[in-house]
Design a protein around this ligand. Structure first.
Ligand SMILES: CC(C)(COP(=O)(O)OP(=O)(O)OC[C@H]1O[C@@H](n2cnc3c(N)ncnc32)[C@H](O)[C@@H]1OP(=O)(O)O)[C@@H](O)C(=O)NCCC(=O)NCCS
Length: 103
């Protein structure tokens, strides 16, 4: 299943190509940027939770104040996953939401 729209894909490519986030997607309290991409066969078995808890623990150790990420509106599963992990909406974009969580 395609979980990224062309607009979100272009946005992610832009982040990877440049050294600084675009001004409209730079959140000083949430400087870390996160992706999780589990293959379909291993989704829904708790691995996403293990991975994200590992990231949270590392960010806290490094004294990083917060993390942000982007989710396409079409990706209902990921939106629900991050809601359960207490992410809040930082920005509503044309293609989806930028979510954030303080550490
Ligand atoms: C989204 C993703 C990271 C979630 O990881 P996961 O291992 O599948 O999720 P978990 O098994 O750890 O579930 C954690 C919680 O999220 C909820 N959740 C996970 N998948 C869900 C789904 N498809 N629908 C509704 N809730 C879901 C679970 O119910 C669970 O809730 P609980 O703690 O109350 O039991 C993973 O499925 C994934 O990588 N998907 C494909 C790529 C993707 O969409 N990445 C995110 C892009 S921003």
């Amino acid at each position: 299943m395609k979980t990224k729209s062309d607009a979100e894909h272009a946005h992610v490519q832009n982040i990877h190509r440049t050294k600084k986030a675009p001004e409209d997607l730079w959140f000083p309290d949430y400087p870390a940027h996160l992706h999780i991409d589990l293959l379909p066969d291993i989704q829904g078995r708790g691995y996403g939770t293990v991975l994200i808890n590992t990231v949270f623990n590392t960010l806290r150790e490094k004294k990083c104040p917060g993390v942000h990420l982007n989710v396409d509106f079409a990706n209902a599963a990921a939106l629900e996953f991050y809601r359960k992990k207490d992410f809040i909406i930082l920005k509503e974009n044309s293609w989806g939401l930028t979510l954030g969580k303080m550490m």
